[in-house]
Design a protein around this ligand. Structure first.
Ligand code: AHG
Ligand code: MN
Ligand code: MN
Length: 336
């Protein structure tokens, strides 16, 4: 019937029928993720109205202040996802160790990695935030889940995506067969297919980077960012600068319109030059989506998806977005 649209579940069931590898287990996983995200979206919408803003007073494993909504989103995801029956363990940006599904609950063979709220510094100022997720299959033998089950390459992801809590709530995900975008229709409470088969423009018109970090960058990084500042995009116009400070929102804009997001390594800690973004819960899922949409992602030298994660909370420099822009940045970053 016209005018109703395709719901995310309908879309998933149709794509499952086409892919014999897909199982009902994955549908179950996504159903529960969607339910969790609807609960988080509801709280995000109320954020300015109730006493949920501000900090919990705790410091997370990354040494950052945990905001109340971060904590809420994390708890909702852990509580709901460990009951979905198809996971054996999870890893969250907010938890130091892996979270095993308790033995008295039904377990499956999937692993879930998530950033419960990305861009959480934006909560108090009513700017976009999101939830990023990444899904793997357990590889070790037996019932025990090992850390090594999570320390994989990004190529091994079965699916990845994000929920974006913006003017409308969106779900963007891929199971390795292109990228689809869905928008939550609040009147019926369903995510409806709004962006089928998303393709990232080959070259974009936007660069996104926190230029206040320039004083901590090496010469190559300064030259690379300067290129986007001083050159013209495919339309013969200067690139425009856009930086939201929520990776998921900056990525989403560039996914739809084309562009490059950069968070290079810096020397804020002079002894330890490093990127800020986390490989498992941020770089891998978004790199998976970028490539599925025809874009690219590197750490300035290597394809992100080919990196082997060594620790759960490892960070990585990230250059992600339109293919030609990422290739340009990577070429400049490789020059000495
Ligand atoms: P999170 O809120 O999950 O800790 O992630 C914040 C990240 C990312 O979303 C964003 O792109 C980046 O931090 C912004 O960092 P700067 O403030 O250093 O630019
Ligand atoms: Mn984040
Ligand atoms: Mn976060």
């Amino acid at each position: 019937m016209e005018g109703i649209g395709i719901s995310v579940m309908e879309h998933l069931l149709l794509s499952q029928r086409e892919s014999p590898a897909a199982t009902g287990q994955f549908t179950r996983l996504l159903t529960e993720l969607i339910f969790s995200a609807k609960i988080i979206a509801r709280e995000v919408k109320k954020a300015g109205l109730v006493d949920i803003l501000g900090l919990t007073g705790d410091i997370n494993v990354q040494g950052e202040q945990v905001r109340k909504l971060d904590d809420f989103a994390n708890r909702v995801l852990i509580y709901r996802m460990q009951r979905c029956g198809v996971l054996c363990a999870m890893a969250s940006e907010e938890n130091a160790d892996i979270i095993e599904v308790p033995e008295d609950m039904p377990r499956g063979s999937y692993l879930l990695v998530f950033d419960p709220l990305d861009g959480s510094a934006n909560i108090d100022v009513n700017v976009n935030i999101g939830t990023i997720f990444s899904i793997y299959r357990k590889v070790s033998e037996g019932d025990t889940v090992r850390l090594s089950d999570f320390l994989r390459t990004g190529l091994e992801q079965v699916a990845a995506g994000y929920f974006l809590y913006g003017p409308s709530t969106m779900l963007v995900y891929s199971t390795g067969d292109g990228v689809s975008g869905f928008t939550l229709d609040p009147s019926v409470g369903e995510f409806l297919l709004s962006h089928p088969k998303i393709v990232m423009p080959e070259r974009g018109k936007t660069y996104s980077v926190n230029e206040a970090n320039e004083m901590y960058w090496d010469e190559r990084t300064k030259k690379t960012v300067a290129f986007f500042k001083s050159n013209q995009n495919e339309r013969g116009k200067p690139y425009r600068a856009r930086y939201i400070g929520a990776l998921v929102a900056d990525f989403h804009r560039n996914l739809l319109e084309g562009g490059i997001f950069m968070y290079p390594a810096d020397k804020k800690d002079p002894a330890k030059p490093r990127g800020k973004l986390r490989i498992l819960c941020e770089a891998f899922p978004l790199a998976f989506l970028a490539e599925q949409a025809g874009g690219a992602a590197t750490d300035g030298a290597m394809r992100i998806l080919e990196i082997q994660a060594k620790t759960l909370h490892e960070r990585v420099p990230l250059f992600i977005g339109s293919k030609a822009d990422v290739e340009t940045a990577t070429r400049l970053m490789r020059q000495i």
